[in-house]
Structure formats: structure tokens, C-alpha cells
Design a binder for this molecule. Structure first.
Ligand code: ADP
Length: 479
């Protein structure tokens, strides 16, 4: 029954009752006016009429009350059910269905609602299946990666980890997924080292030495931040991090083979070079015989090249020492001026050759002594001064000096040569790096070894340089 029928029926019934009531009242009034009110003949009719009026009146009141209760309820109940159904759908309860079979208009609404809920259920089932299959697919990809990989959310909980990572970290999958990596790292040294890099970026420079594949292996950790670039917010937000461990054992082994090879060759070269130098010295001795001008030129050239060769083998030997971690320090108390004098003496011939003036800046007031491996620091200073001379124009000048600031002693070498493009200020300290276009001969090793030597003393070696104006290399060491 629809609402309109209900209303017509209800109002019709009520109107019929009222009409009946009015008719009975009129009939009763006619009886009263047609007969003597006090006559005994009128009494039974009057009583009957009153009885009927009361019965009809009672039925009228009852019908009215029923209609008052039933009519609004029959309209508001389906609306209430519909509202509840919509709320359930809004709360993702797509199982909700409406039953309104005895209400024609609302039956249609309920049918539409139920159809919509069914579609939503189907849709949810299909998207859930899609998401699950996508998740499985991603898990399969992660597991098929040979390198250990760990995915963390923004709260550093482990979202995914592949079998390689589980084996390297000695963990079990069921105990790590959705667990806080920080809490797990309390009982796992390796995980702690990996997480530390996320907390203090730049902290981990050395490769990680891990026992894997039945041997000591080396891993380099890469940290990839996961950024949601499709976020609705203006700024892309970070969702977490992926830690990828790259097995570099093979490269390490090759590198150490290379270091051993260079070290052996450099050692082996030293003896014949020393023999050449010795023979040259003998050649220069007048007692052996007098050389003509041409021969003298040739012997000078052999000497220069042998010295270069000796320098390079020295540099290579130093480098292999650093790379093999065999750098031995023999520190002793040293006056900075002694180091400066040593460097000047070692470079004087070269400076004279290019007519370069070496100026010394040493303060009057006392500079404290250094506690360093004087041979190594003297080597660094000699190398810096040699660079300053080599990369200066002829007839130029270079400054070598020292100063003290609180407990830090600065040893510096300044030239007014071609300078270094700021783009290369970092790279010049890398192994074998030479500024593109450098014509002066060299190995590209001096500065990298120098920095290693200074850092091994807990000091720093930096450069300030401007193209066309010159360079200033500063070594800072604790007094
Ligand atoms: P090498 O001088 O043997 O090439 P270094 O490691 O000492 O190796 O220097 C690396 C590079 O840095 C050099 O090749 C050169 O291009 C640049 N460089 C170093 N010192 C200076 C300097 N004083 N002035 C200009 N360029 C320099």
C-alpha cells in the first residue's frame, strides 16, 4: 500500500466515522424534537441513540488514535531505515540491506539501495583482490632481488624484507614484519648500524663487513627515501625508506688484489731506480770521466725522470699503505718550523728552476709543538709546496707558513697561480683525479694521500681557491 492510499484510507475512515457520528446525533435530535422528551415512549429510542453515539464516538476516538500512531510511523519508519542504511554504507558496511515490502514507494527506494549495496560489495571484493594480487606481485619482486632489501614506513616499522636480508641479518620473517626496526635493532648489531644511518645521515662511510655466503663479505648500504609525489598536499610527503645492501665483496677483493699488485711493483721498482740514480751520480763524478755538453744534458734528463719515477713509486707505496689499512704512525714532538724548513729544502731545486720565490710566514710569538708522525706531515707539506710551485707561473712567488688559533695549528701553502675551478674543489682529493686540461705532469695521487695522512692524525686538509687568483691549501692539526 502506498502512502497516498494510506492517507486516503485513514482520512476516509475518520471522515466516515465522523459522518456516522453526526448522522446519529441528528437522528437523536430528531427523535428528541419529534417526541416528548420526558415521555416513556421516547426513552428506549433515546437510550439506543445515545448508546450508538457513544459506540461510534469511541470507535472514532480509537480510529483517530490508531491513525495518529500508525500514519506518521508508516511514513517515518522507512525514512529512518533508509537513513540507517546510508550511514552503514558510509561506514563501509556494504552488507546492509533494506526490507520495505509493505510500502510501495519505499520498496522501490529499498530495491535501488540494495542494488547499490550489492555493487559496492562486488566492487570492494574486486579491488581487494586486485590490491592483494598487486601486493603479492611486489613481494615476489622484492624476494627475487638478489641483494638484501628492507622497506620501512615513516615510523621505521619493517613493511617488507626479502629472504636475502633475513639471512644476512639473521632474522625470521614472522618476527619482523610490522615490527619497529629500532626495537629489533636493540638485539641486532647489524640492523642497528643500518638504522643509525637513517637517524644520523652521513655517519656510515665504510662498507659493512658481514658474514654471508660462508665467508666474510662486504656490503654497501644505499638509503632510498620513498616520497609520495602524487600527494594532494602542496609538498610531496615522505612515506618511508628502503635500505638496499649491495654486495661489493668481489670489488673489494679485486681492489685489494690491485693494492697488493701496486705495492709489490712499487717495491720492486725502487731498487732499479735507486741503482740508476747511483750510476748517474757516478757519471757526474769527474773522476769517472768528463761528459760533453750533450751527454751532460742527457744525464740531467735521466736524473729528472728517475726522480719523478721515484716520487711516483713513493706515492703509490703510500697509497697502498693507506688502502690496506696498514698506515703506521710513529708520532713524535715536532716544531712546525722544522716541517716547513724540510719542505722548502726538498723543493728548493724545483723553485730555483722556475725562478719562484718561496716566502715563509711564521709568527714571532711562540707556536706550540705538534705531536705527529713528522715524516708523514713533512711529506704532505712537501707535496703541497711542490704543487704550488708546479702550478705557478715562472718568476712567481709562493707562501708557506704556520699560525696558531687556540689549540689548532694551521700549516698552509699559498700560490698565486692558475687556481682551481670551484667545481673541482672536492674531486681534487680523490684518487687519480686531475683537473681537466692540466698540462703539468702528475699522478693525481698527491692530494688524496695527503688528506688520508692528515685525517689519520685527526686533522683536516682543505682548499680555498679562485680561478686565475691562486690557491691556498690549509692543514689543521691539534697542538
Ligand atoms: P698531481 O699534482 O700529481 O696531478 P695532486 O693530487 O697533487 O696530483 O693534485 C690533483 C690535481 O689538483 C692536479 O692534477 C691539479 O689539477 C690540481 N691542483 C693541485 N694543486 C694545485 C695548485 N696549487 N694549483 C692549481 N691546481 C692544483
Amino acid at each position: 500500500m502506498n502512502i497516498k492510499t494510506k492517507l486516503i484510507l485513514g482520512i476516509g475512515m475518520l471522515a466516515g466515522m465522523i459522518i456516522l457520528l453526526v448522522t446519529l446525533s441528528v437522528v437523536n435530535l430528531q427523535i428528541l424534537t419529534a417526541t416528548e422528551p420526558d415521555s416513556p415512549a421516547a426513552m428506549p429510542g433515546l437510550e439506543r441513540a445515545l448508546l450508538w453515539i457513544s459506540i461510534t464516538g469511541g470507535i472514532c476516538i480509537l480510529t483517530g488514535l490508531c491513525l495518529l500512531y500508525w500514519l506518521p510511523r508508516s511514513i517515518s519508519k522507512p525514512i529512518k531505515d533508509l537513513k540507517q542504511g546510508i550511514l552503514e554504507i558510509a561506514n563501509h558496511n556494504y552488507e546492509e540491506r533494506l526490507e520495505m515490502n509493505n510500502n510501495q514507494e519505499f520498496r522501490e527506494v529499498a530495491e535501488s539501495f540494495n542494488r547499490m549495496a550489492e555493487r559496492l560489495t562486488e566492487y570492494r571484493a574486486s579491488t581487494l583482490a586486485d590490491i592483494l594480487s598487486a601486493k603479492k606481485f611486489i613481494e615476489a619482486i622484492v624476494n627475487s632481488i638478489d641483494d638484501p632489501i628492507i622497506g620501512l614506513n615513516i615510523d621505521r616499522q619493517i613493511l617488507f624484507i626479502n629472504d636475502e636480508a633475513l639471512s644476512v641479518l639473521n632474522l625470521k620473517r614472522e618476527y619482523v614484519i610490522r615490527q619497529s626496526a629500532e626495537e629489533l635493532s636493540l638485539k641486532n648489531d647489524l640492523l642497528r648500524r643500518l638504522i643509525r644511518e637513517l637517524v644520523i645521515p652521513g655517519d656510515q662511510k665504510e662498507p659493512l663487513k658481514i658474514y654471508a655466503d660462508d665467508k666474510e663479505s662486504y656490503f654497501k648500504a644505499s638509503y632510498i627515501p620513498i616520497i609520495n609525489t602524487e600527494a594532494e598536499q602542496d609538498e610531496p610527503c615522505k612515506l618511508g625508506d628502503v635500505i638496499l645492501l649491495k654486495n661489493i665483496t668481489e670489488f673489494k677483493e679485486l681492489d685489494s688484489a690491485k693494492t697488493t699488485f701496486i705495492s709489490t711493483i712499487s717495491h720492486e721498482l725502487k731498487t732499479p731506480i735507486a741503482a740508476i740514480m747511483m750510476s748517474l751520480q757516478l757519471l757526474e763524478d769527474k773522476r769517472v770521466g768528463v761528459l760533453n755538453d750533450e751527454q751532460e744534458q742527457l744525464s740531467k734528463s735521466i736524473k729528472e725522470n728517475s726522480e719523478r719515477l721515484l716520487n711516483i713509486t713513493g706515492e703509490l707505496l703510500n697509497m697502498t699503505q693507506v688502502e690496506a689499512g696498514k698506515l703506521q704512525m710513529i708520532p713524535k714532538i715536532t716544531k712546525p718550523i722544522e716541517l716547513i724548513e724540510y719542505a722548502i729544502k726538498a723543493n728548493q731545486v724545483q723553485a730555483d728552476k722556475f725562478n719562484i720565490q718561496i716566502e715563509v710566514e711564521y709568527p714571532e710569538e711562540k707556536i706550540e709543538k705538534l705531536f705527529v708522525d713528522s715524516e708523514k706531515i713533512a711529506w704532505v707539506l712537501t707535496n703541497l709546496l711542490s704543487n704550488a710551485i708546479r702550478y705557478s707561473k715562472e718568476n712567481g712567488r709562493v707562501i708557506i707558513g704556520a699560525k696558531q688559533e687556540v689549540d689548532i695549528i694551521e700549516l698552509y701553502v699559498q700560490d698565486f697561480g692558475k687556481g682551481i675551478d670551484p667545481r673541482y674543489h672536492k674531486s681534487i682529493f680523490d684518487r687519480y683525479f686531475r683537473v681537466p686540461g692540466t698540462k703539468v705532469q702528475g699522478s693525481g695521487l698527491g692530494l688524496s694521500i695527503s688528506r688520508d695522512f692528515v685525517e689519520a692524525h685527526g686533522g683536516t686538509l682543505t682548499v680555498e681557491s679562485e680561478l686565475g687568483k691562486g690557491s691556498r691549501f690549509v692543514m689543521r692539526l691539534k697542538a
